[in-house]
Design a protein around this ligand. Structure first.
Ligand code: BGC
Length: 349
């Protein structure tokens, strides 16, 4: 078990970016930046023991600052879209920057994905971890309360990546964090995700409007959104369905996770044998199939970006819960702790 750190260059505002690589005893590794808590690579074996990268990333901080659609980032304070970039807590209205049509997306203009986090390294017998800390000031990006945020990434000898989120506030506020990794289990992006398998343990999902805001809760049965049995991501993606078309031809929807299942999702690339299980204590998972990704951008591990080159499984509390009456709003009050947990296990099958 070992952590290596090295400079990843400087941001435009001249802050040094450090890359931490967490190695387990099987030579698998995960690299993470202090900038945005970004996971830049996850190197895990296929069925023949070949260790390759299963996420999208860039090789330079400049690319992350200029081009990244949240590759591998920590997203907050509020992941997803806050409708009309505004919300109310008790009698106060809070206005956010509208950075996605009329809505606020992924924490605003300078969200948690674009700040430098303080990092502490922890090496134990079977686990390597880094703990990231950031103080988001009262009023930052329009959100109330000084929010002290802690995220721990741990990697162990079973090739399990665990993410623990924790936050405390001094004023009533909203928090809903996620990690925005783009997975492709073929290894170094050899095949797109239409040829990979996915299961999501959700009997319902949210259809969305043209601004990708949830409009209601609906049954997945007899729709292309039924991933309750494992199926190819590409199996139903071309079906003539208004919900697939409205988000740019594919999936970009919140799924409501079934309470009874422990595993939220499974992804499988049969050719390489790589198999990923997602376990979470969160209520929802946004499945984004990279419908909007620009083509032709050079990424790390010699991957060239294109539509459906990867997929995101963003575990989180219900999106825009603070504004949607079909979801229960959830606040964080002083003397409470926000806690969230997600585990990504990398196996072969
Ligand atoms: C959103 C997409 C968006 C992507 C990159 C996802 O979480 O749901 O609509 O294009 O992030 O910003």
């Amino acid at each position: 078990m070992e952590i290596k750190s090295n400079s990843f260059g400087y941001t435009k505002s001249d802050e040094e970016v450090i890359k931490y690589t967490l190695y387990n005893d099987n030579n698998s590794s995960i690299s993470i930046l202090n900038y945005g808590g970004i996971i830049t690579s996850i190197m895990v074996p296929d069925k023949n023991g070949n260790i390759e990268n299963v996420v999208l990333g860039f090789d330079s901080i400049k690319d992350y600052e200029e081009k990244s659609p949240y590759f591998g980032s920590l997203v907050g304070r509020v992941a997803g879209r806050v409708s009309n970039a505004s919300f109310k807590i008790d009698s106060s209205t809070y206005n956010l920057a509208a950075n996605n049509n009329s809505n606020s997306l992924h924490g605003g203009i300078k969200g948690f994905d674009k700040v430098i986090w303080n990092v502490t390294e922890i090496v134990e017998k079977d686990t390597v971890s880094i703990s990231l800390n950031y103080l988001s000031k009262d009023g930052e990006e329009g959100y109330p309360g000084n929010l002290d945020v802690n995220v721990t990434y741990s990697f162990n000898n079973n090739n399990e990546l665990e993410i623990h989120y924790n936050a405390k506030t001094d004023k009533k506020t909203v928090v809903n964090m996620t990690n925005h990794s783009y997975f492709n289990l073929s290894g170094n992006g050899k095949r797109d995700i239409l040829e990979q398998y996915l299961q999501i343990n959700a009997d319902s999902y949210c259809p969305v409007d043209k601004e990708i805001m949830p409009i209601e809760i609906s049954d997945v049965k007899n729709t292309p959104f039924d991933f309750s049995q494992i199926k190819l991501v590409g199996q139903d993606i071309k079906i003539d369905d208004v919900q697939l078309q409205i988000v740019g031809g594919g999936y970009d929807h919140p799924f409501i996770l079934n309470d009874k299942e422990n595993i939220a999702a499974i992804m499988h690339d049969k050719e390489s044998g790589r198999y990923m299980e997602v376990v979470t204590d969160q209520k929802a998972l946004v499945f984004y199939a990279c419908n909007q990704l620009d083509s032709g951008i050079e990424l790390s591990s010699n991957i060239i970006s294109k539509k459906h080159i990867a997929l995101c499984l963003e575990t989180q509390y219900y999106p825009d819960a603070i504004n949607q009456e079909f979801f229960e709003s959830k606040f964080l009050c002083p003397n409470e702790t926000y806690k969230a947990y997600t585990k990504f296990s990398f196996k072969v099958k």
